[in-house]
Design a protein around this ligand. Structure first.
Ligand code: HBI
Ligand code: FE
Length: 296
């Protein structure tokens, strides 16, 4: 019988939340989930699925169905792996909480996606500052069934391992790429802009804000622009980047980033809410693009 894994969470201190890191890989203690844990999953699952109809990328909800995810119980990693590993070679592994970046990258580089085994507490239902089981399973896992996105995630991990060897600035550039695509990315579909970022789909408010609020910028994907753009982790994003397709993401990670890091090291970073004259900016939720300084 495996020992019950630890629940490694951010520590609340008088100076705010302090992340605690862990590297252990653990079995999902599915039988240890309480009725309250399953109820938290059900509440989040039903609420987010209702909000995401017409807002999430087409295959996001489709893939949740393919996985057989339902609100009735927290899914079992082993069952999800039966479909996932056959489809794109990815395997979900249980972890106790936030991994050091290099450990995280090494897992992605080997098509292992780390999923936190525990789910948030009821009082955290509307916001949690760290990836819990709901964020990882509901937010990240569905798109790992998409072969191109699955390749992008592995290429990202390989890039992360390399960036770790290059230095802090390279790592910052690369983490911004993850943030503005995997976590907070939008994609252009025929009917308009849609959400594929996991940080958005696991958040009630931001799923609505990112497409319908006049406040944020929605800018066409540009690798170097993204790598230079700062972000905040505790508020809605001020800028969302829009891809045309997951193939565009995959193409963007094809070149060696080393010369790009060197070029960006000479340039200032860009504030999260800025719009540059060179940006192609989208109307909210419609998908028509126009250049910020005139018609395309
Ligand atoms: N650890 N468990 C876990 N899950 C994540 O999503 C995660 C992580 N460690 C680092 C990390 N993400 C981010 O810094 C990535 O941008 C690298
Ligand atoms: Fe995440």
């Amino acid at each position: 019988m495996n020992a019950q894994p630890r629940r490694v969470e951010h520590q609340q201190t008088d100076k705010g939340t302090v992340p605690i890191y862990t590297t252990a890989v653990v079995e999902q203690p599915w039988s240890s989930y309480s009725r309250e844990d399953h109820a938290t999953w059900a509440t989040l699952f039903e609420r987010q699925q209702r909000i995401l109809v017409g807002r999430a990328a087409r295959e996001f909800l489709e893939n949740q169905r393919k996985f057989g995810m339902t609100p009735h119980a927290i899914p079992k990693f082993d069952e999800l792996n039966r479909l996932l590993t056959r489809a794109t070679g990815w395997t979900l592994i249980g972890v106790e909480g936030l991994l050091p970046e290099l450990t995280f990258f090494e897992h992605l580089a080997n098509r292992r996606f780390p999923v936190t085994w525990w789910i948030r507490r009821p009082e955290q239902i509307d916001y949690i500052s760290e990836p819990d089981l709901f964020h990882d399973l509901f937010g990240h896992v569905p798109l790992l069934l998409n072969p191109v996105f699955a390749d992008y995630m592995q290429a990202y991990g390989q890039g992360g391992v390399k960036a770790h060897g290059i230095g802090a600035q390279a790592l910052t550039n690369l983490t911004r790429l993850y943030w503005y695509t995997v976590e907070f990315g939008l994609i252009k579909e025929d009917a308009g802009l849609r959400i594929y970022g996991s940080g958005i789909v696991s958040s009630k408010g931001e799923s609505i804000h990112c497409l319908e609020s006049p406040a944020p910028n929605r800018i066409a994907f540009d690798l170097k622009r993204i790598m230079r753009t700062r972000y905040r982790i505790d508020t809605y994003q001020k800028t969302y980047f829009v891809i045309d397709s997951y193939e565009q993401l995959m193409r963007a990670t094809a070149p060696d980033f080393t010369p790009i890091y060197a070029e960006l090291a000479e340039l200032d970073s860009i504030p999260a809410g800025a719009v540059l004259p060179t940006d192609v900016v989208y109307h909210r939720g419609t998908g028509e693009g126009w250049a910020a300084d005139g018609d395309v």
